[in-house]
Design a binder for this molecule. Structure first.
Ligand SMILES: [Zn+2]
Length: 354
């Protein structure tokens, strides 16, 4: 079978190779992979900035956002032809991993398919334990490749709501920073909660991203005209902010813009170094006197994937066709390298693996 691989630490090493067909053993199923979504982490790995090979190989199969179909269910209860989405993390022996909360891993010895120590899903077939495969209904076939990024936003919003529940005042205003795939999916999830949602980016109001925000009843904010620090004066108390740009300066601006009893969820990873001068006393005082909460969130576990699949169905029902519009580029497996080049007009690139 064909697979798209990289050599971690080596810039622009992405290439197609032939690999042996995987064989299933007890409790495993054979999955024919159909689609793979490319995200920023894949691009970072191909730039040589991130990634770790499995112990026995000097390369890693790229890709962690996938949709597949069961080819051989083995002895499991899954059926041939069922659609499934594979989870990304594989646990270590810490107490959280052992309870299924592998997104909360304490020791950090987990593996992440396509990222850290385990092969990913940019290949034609996968032998996998059924416990790491999340079933998706056939009617979501065209958009289920978005289940992984949706599970990240799902986890972040769930935790933010848990934090905010300490206040009797409900969440009224929610802000999303960044209108990339993660920010757009977070926008839709917040609109499912009926929050007054504002999504900020620096693309023009005429762009597809801005149109996608407005078409589900959220408000697009052009950050060039209205940076996040100006939002409290314009729209009121910011109860919830989901940071999805990965820009550390924006993250600090969001801390000071956060409203009373507000919750700031940081979902974006920033790399490199970026010194920043902040008024630490003012920020500290605002955080304390405003009962503000800032938290980071990474990865997701099975419960978030399952909820993510339910939410995708709800989004599709409420705004038919909206999720498909997030997939702006489809490439065949032999052209997957083109999907690793940044393209500001593109939202989500999907590689067709069949
Ligand atoms: Zn662990």
């Amino acid at each position: 079978m064909r697979a798209g691989v990289v050599t971690p630490g080596q810039k622009d090493s992405a290439r197609l190779i032939e690999m042996d067909m995987p064989a299933i053993s007890g409790g495993q199923v054979l999955v024919r992979l159909l689609e793979l979504g490319i995200d920023g982490t894949d691009m970072e790995i191909n730039r040589g900035e991130y990634g770790e090979t499995p112990p026995d190989d000097d390369f890693i199969v790229l890709g962690h956002e996938a949709l597949g179909q069961i080819e051989n269910p083995g002895t499991t209860e899954l059926g041939k032809g069922d659609f499934v989405v594979p989870m990304v993390r594989r646990p270590d022996d810490c107490v959280d991993c052992q309870r299924g909360q592998l997104d909360m891993c304490l020791k950090g010895n987990y593996q992440e398919c396509g990222i850290k120590g385990a092969h990913g899903f940019l290949r034609e077939y996968l032998a996998e334990d059924a416990g790491f495969l999340v079933p998706v209904p056939e009617e979501l076939r065209n958009i289920a490749v978005l289940a992984e990024p949706t599970s990240i936003a799902t986890k972040g919003i769930k935790r933010a709501i848990e934090f905010h529940n300490r206040s009797a005042n409900p969440i009224n205003i929610a802000v999303v920073l960044g209108a990339g795939p993660l920010g757009l999916l977070a926008t839709a999830l917040l609109k499912l909660h009926d929050y007054d949602t504002y999504t900020l980016d620096i693309v023009p109001r005429s762009s597809v991203k801005a149109q996608l925000v407005e078409s589900i009843g959220a408000n697009y904010v052009d950050g060039n005209e209205s940076p996040v620090v100006s939002l409290p004066h314009k729209i009121g108390n910011l109860d919830l902010i989901m940071e999805a740009t990965g820009n550390s300066t924006v993250a600090f601006q969001a801390m000071s813009a956060l409203g009373t009893n507000g919750i700031l969820c940081l979902m974006g990873v920033s790399t490199g170094q970026k010194p920043l001068e902040v008024d630490a006393s003012c920020l500290n005082m605002q955080m304390v006197l405003g009962n503000k909460t800032v938290f980071g969130t990474v990865s997701s576990n099975r419960s978030h994937f399952e909820r993510s699949v339910e939410s995708l169905a709800s989004i599709e029902e409420k705004w038919p066709g909206w999720l498909s519009r997030l997939i702006t580029r489809r490439l065949t497996l032999d052209k997957f390298r083109d999907g690793l080049d940044p393209d500001p007009d593109n939202i989500k690139t999907v590689i067709e693996l069949t």
